[in-house]
Design a protein around this ligand. Sequence first.
Ligand code: IMP
Ligand code: MG
Length: 408
Amino acid sequence: MKVVIIGAQWGDEGKGKIVDYLAENAKYVVRYSGGPNAGHTIVVDGKQFALHQVPSGILYSDKKVYLGAGMVIDPEKLFKELDMLKENGINWEGRVFISDRAQLILPKYRQMDKDRDSQRKRPIGTTGSGIGIAYSEKSHRDGLRLADLDWEEKMAEFDGEDKEYLDKYKDKLIEMRVDLTKVMWEVRKENILFEGAQGAMLDIDSGTYPYVSSGASCAAGAATGCGIGPHDLDKILGVFKAYQTRVGNGPMPTEFNNESEGELCQYVRDTGREYGVTTGRARRCGYLDLVALRYACRTNSLDGLVLTHLDIYDAMEQIEACVAYDIDGKIVTDFPANVDQMNRAKPILEKFKGWKKPLKEIKSYKKLPKEARDYIEFIEEYTGVPVTIVSVGYERDETFIRSNPWKK
Ligand code: IMP
Ligand code: MG
């Protein structure tokens, strides 16, 4: 059985925790897009891990994890991350593999990425990890893949710092290199978890272009990014927060207003620990945008939604969520492609009663306060997709499963 987990917003929805939770029943965990721009936080027994390239399944000693063809790999950062895991008692050797079709990031790409963004009329706010450069080299058909590392003619094209760098990591990368398409075919009867990075709204095609990342962070990316066919994806889950965040620039119609909602914004940011794992930047916060969420449900064939950070609203008297946009006096419920329209969109908000109870203390979905269940049911009705998992804290056991994704 193959289960895909994607972010259904602009990243940082809490995928790391959910992947970690569902990985228990998987034999293999595969990352399929992005690179070191991602930051996945997982808390196990009170210990916090921040992962950027290694799939979250690594924290289970019996899982094998794979970095897919749709990824752009920064070897220097990857081995640093693996060292960090080892220092924390996680033995990764023999459990981490990389697709031979995955692309490599050279160190110079990081600066090139930052320079390009600072020269833009409308900067995107890149994490500066060289992601955009690596993906554009790929699209130009000038990229370097793991498969090329022992292609002498190609490798002879690198000199100076690039050559030195590649020489340093070449053997280590070759040791971890696999034909992922073949592996995926061989283990097709097992439980495999596909771990998305970033989010649906940062996808290069269906996201808020040009304010997106450069990879296929949509669900379909799990197929193209791992060398399997789209029919082979059995179930697709989208993770979203009870509110919403975004890092970097780009439209976000439901963003809290600095003046009138500054206090609410700071409260959500601090309670939800909304600071970037990769860059430390304070995340932009806002109301849950159901127009965008429904668009993500439709463009990714979501079978189920996973609601996280519901506990952040524990102290609120009232909760609001966006059900439509007002764009120049016109009511819009379809997510527009035009950035200029998005920037003019004013959210139309629906109000919900708060529950004013700590959800962490509740041990089952049925025991959730009625107000919390009302909020969830409204989301289900609006999107047409069931909320199958609810998370009310960072720990593994602060999770309610309403329907087991590993059951067909
Ligand atoms: P890049 O992928 O580093 O070029 O960044 C492009 C945009 O995507 C920027 O606005 C980043 O803040 C955003 N972004 C990239 N990766 C993530 C992520 O993992 N979580 C949230 N935002 C991200
Ligand atoms: Mg993140």
